[in-house]
Design a protein around this ligand. Structure first.
Ligand SMILES: Nc1ncnc2c1ncn2[C@@H]1O[C@H](COP(=O)(O)OP(=O)(O)OP(=O)(O)O)[C@@H](O)[C@H]1O
Ligand SMILES: [Mg+2]
Length: 251
């Protein structure tokens, strides 16, 4: 569903690669967690997936569509919630959702039903006619997610979706991710919350200094850590493995 093939990105002349020859495949129906220390390259990777940044080399395919060469087809298959949902402040919630529905060509009848059910789930109905400028951070997150889910995208890309959400909303986000996968969708999300990744993800990837240093199920990661010379991995949590794998890698 998602194929990142040798993608690299450098921001400015003389700076080091923010993402360095990254190859990563995510299968349809998977929830994939993308982990890594601050500044490791997660957001840069996500921006290359959704077409906000063009890789200097390598390529990204979404459901077989090249994000650079076939951007509209690739983007039609994706829903994206950025790390800081900076939505259009002067629109009301419902105007924003209709705008998203128009952009993705969601038919009116289906759109109304979907908006109704998503807003009910996220408890946003009361605020939907208010300007987005008046929304709290969590309300913006939930509205952005509603907009991203409106078109039933095959791939959902979320950059640190749980940041700033209250426990109930965070629970709803996790339920929604599970539900999306049960319906055959795929989720790629970055997070620092390792307990969530451990419980929710089929597989995780750890990026550090722009390079993928581990990838697989928790059991795969334990094997990889043991292979890297870290002894006694059997009962380790993801947090312990993460700390060991990224240990001593100062920025
Ligand atoms: N707009 C930018 N201009 C220049 N350098 C940037 C820019 N955005 C990111 N970088 C650099 O690219 C590297 C990767 O940053 P990125 O935002 O992808 O990290 P991240 O893994 O998302 O970190 P965090 O966990 O803090 O969100 C960092 O060294 C960062 O300083
Ligand atoms: Mg980031």
């Amino acid at each position: 569903m998602l194929r990142i093939e040798g993608a690299s990105k450098t921001y400015g002349k003389g700076s080091r690669r923010a993402v360095d020859d990254l190859t990563l495949h995510v299968e349809a129906g998977e929830i994939f967690g993308f982990l890594g220390p601050n500044g490791a390259g997660k957001t840069t990777t996500i921006k290359m997936i959704v077409g906000l940044l063009t890789p200097d080399s390598g390529r990204v395919l979404v459901d077989g569509c090249d994000v650079v060469h076939d951007p509209v087809q690739a983007k039609l298959r994706m829903g994206y919630v950025p790390d800081n949902p900076d939505l259009f402040d002067r629109l009301t919630g419902v105007e924003y959702l209709n705008f998203m529905g128009d952009v993705y060509g969601v038919p009116a009848g289906e759109r109304a039903k979907r908006i109704e059910s998503l807003l009910g789930m996220f408890e946003l109905k009361g605020a939907i006619r208010d300007l987005i400028a008046s929304y709290s951070h969590g309300m913006r997150q939930k509205l952005a997610l509603t907009g991203a889910l409106l078109s039933h995208p095959k791939l959902l890309v979320l950059d640190e979706p749980m940041v700033g959400l209250d426990p109930k909303s965070s629970h709803l986000f996790k339920e929604m991710m599970n539900g999306h996968c049960e319906e055959g969708g795929t989720v790629f999300f970055s997070t620092h919350i390792l307990e969530v990744a451990e419980r929710l993800c089929h597989r995780v990837g750890i990026i550090d200094h722009g390079k993928l240093i581990a990838c697989g199920t928790l059991d795969d990661l334990k094997r990889q850590a043991a292979h890297a010379g870290v002894p006694g991995q059997a009962g380790k949590t993801l947090e312990e493995l993460f700390l060991e794998l990224t240990e001593g890698e100062d920025l």
